[in-house]
Design a protein around this ligand. Sequence first.
Ligand SMILES: [Zn+2]
Length: 174
Amino acid sequence: MSETDYREAWEASSTARILPPARPRKLAKVPFVELADGRLQGVVSSGSDIERVYVSSIAAGDYAFACSTNNNRPCGGARGSFCKHLVALVDEASLQYGAERVARYLRVETPDGEPTAQALTSAMTATRPAKADATAAAPVFSRFLRHLAYLELAAATAPLPELQWFPPTRTAAA
Ligand SMILES: [Zn+2]
């Protein structure tokens, strides 16, 4: 997907008309997470701006990390080490997959016992991982859009309040 396609998909989605919720709802902190392409990656909502999301990723093995906005702007917090979005990503992945599976996938050695999200994050940041470029962000974000489209279809009769900030897809709006 080219950068233009990517921007178009985003803009088409964000300009679709929806009924505003009665009162602003909080977006799920991490609406999308996956273990794919040799990375833990996903979409993390901005704490302050409901229109903005971050696409964050951590590579297996060397924990090279990347974090940028859906508009391809680098995350200011992810210069030297993991930003809060990457920490949130590890937390959510550990909830969804179990910290042990995340540790195995990323090849993280944690101290004895059941790993926790926090132990994973400390073990990875202790290795002083390098910053990766953000080339993976566009495909991750486009999978997130497809994931939302799927949810729209699968749950047509059951509204997902936490996703109301995110308008219906192009197909649904056409
Ligand atoms: Zn970030």
